[in-house]
Design a protein around this ligand. Sequence first.
Ligand code: WTA
Length: 658
Amino acid sequence: MGSLIGNESVGTNMDSLLRENRVFAPPAEFAAKAHVKSVAEYEAMYRRSVEDPEAFWAEAAGELEWFAPWTKVQEGEIAEAKWFVGGKLNLCHNSVDRHALGARKDKVALLWEGEPGEVRKITYGELHEQVQRFANVLKGLGVVKGDRVAIYMGMCPELAIALLACARIGAIHSVVFGGFASHAIADRVNDSGCVAVITQDISYRRGGEVKLKSIVDEALKKCPTVKNVVVFQRAASSAVSMTEGRDIWWHEAMALAGAECAAEWMDSEDPLYILYTSGTTGKPKGLVHTTGGYSVGTYLTSKYVFDLREDDVYWCTADIGWVTGHSYVVYGPLQNGATVMMYEGAPNWPEPDRFWKIVDAHKVSVFYTAPTAIRAFTKWGNEWVDKYSLASLRLLGTVGEPINPESWMWYHREIGKERCPIVDTYWQTETGAIMIAPIPGAVAAKPGSATRPFFGIVPEVVTQEGEPVPDGQGGLLVFRKPWPSLARTIYGDPERYKQAYFSEIPGCYFTGDGARRDEDGYFWLMGRVDDVINVSGHRLGTMEIESALVAHVKVAEAAVVGRPDAMKGQAIAAFVTLEGGCEATEELKQELRQWVAKEIGALARPDDLRFTDALPKTRSGKIMRRLLRELAETGEVKGDTTTLEDFGVIAKLRENDE
Ligand code: WTA
């Protein structure tokens, strides 16, 4: 394996971020009411959490309900760590029953707005009933604890209900983002052998209909393990085709289902869900999160990072198809008994003020979104924001990619009105919960920095050999000490789990990210150092896109790299060599871009696609992505080409540059 820091953008980002030295202390009014009120308090709690992690995490876990206590808080090294060993609990119980059977029965749990404008409010009491009924629907189909259930839906309350019902009976859910194409669904369903799929007829997006059920039908032609499909009816009248003996309507099944379903006693280490994410090589990895540690991690981070209070209306704009939606639309806030806002559609439908309209209409107080969305808002212009008071907001957050300081300033000024702290939250699908973020009433923000670690989390910046890198210098971000919510394995491939995360740097979990720590102990994320591309906060593996391209009959070889993009963070650039006799036409270029969208989903469609006679390779046959990145970014190559097999290739590629 070559140098891990092959991504030159690490250096570029570092230079630009080094110039950022503005500091924003928590507003006094916010701090006065916050869970953690001062930096001294944060530091004392943090110190205790890392000096006596068992006591700290046991206390956190004790805020949830357990059916049976654990015998050991933690055991094992980071790569095989177990948490709350022997403890029994159920995440659906902690997210729903605990509130429905207590003082929050009539409190709104899910506050939903559809893209066409309808509003639904579901209380904890109602959610309790719906979730139990749907759990019975699944049981009626023969789904039992440990079975895998795929969920392919749009953002509607039934999606959250589907997740919670699976968790209730111990079925392992595998949510596939509603923007993925049928091939991507089939791959994921087959990888884990799902026995059922939960979907809906259509979902509304940008005024159009996303035909989810027919995409599922297409996928299931290749999925022999799926016995049933439950279809939620979103449209007033649905014309989808239902396969006799396999497909049932959600509403019909719910009407027949019993109203009570006891929550399964799950072992702390029982799998809770699988979520696929992109890695450096090969097909997407099905990361497995388990019950106890994930529950405690998402519960505690939601409580402190979003400083949740009883009267909050909390809105995380992420789709539940991504980990942010799992942890911070569903499980984290619901375990805290929050009122969770959910919105079905696009931020600019029918006009670019939709989000702000929702904030004012529903009095949203905590708002959590992605830097790519913020960049879009700044582009659309302040007139769309200025029509609204946004007076209900008290805390803002970002996730998914580094936020450029100017976007941070815009968010602070135009949305937060210089009154709301901003939490820039760094974490990953693998980490399950937020790892680095300011505790908002305590830690001062620096635009562009995720700031300081969450309780119990010890980030380190190291060299490839695992040696510490001095403050101020860039290196690799790793975690040496275990924490509860880390994914425990890759479904069906424990070896790959060890290989992907624990083999690069001895004794450490390696994030794949570059970072530096400044003299105040603040962390600055500098982007991926591997072949993962971050497009609008969505993770894509270069390998997946390359495989899709090569699957086209006319394509011989393909190499995909990310290049910086002002709106999306990174854009996808593809270099393609064609099979003999195939002509490199503009038409074929468009066809190939479309092909990738069809194979994986629109989010993977290459922004640039270039034909070339050959790809630059090292003498050992490895594609020199570094050169391609440089070419995609600047149109020329200055870097070291000494190992390049054929210098002519680079000259040729440059010539073809448009
Ligand atoms: C990037 C999303 C900088 C990072 C929760 C990480 C970030 C990858 C931030 C994980 C942030 C996420 N600042 N970079 N605040 N948050 N990232 O698995 O490169 O979809 O490794 O999880 O996103 O993406 P994933």
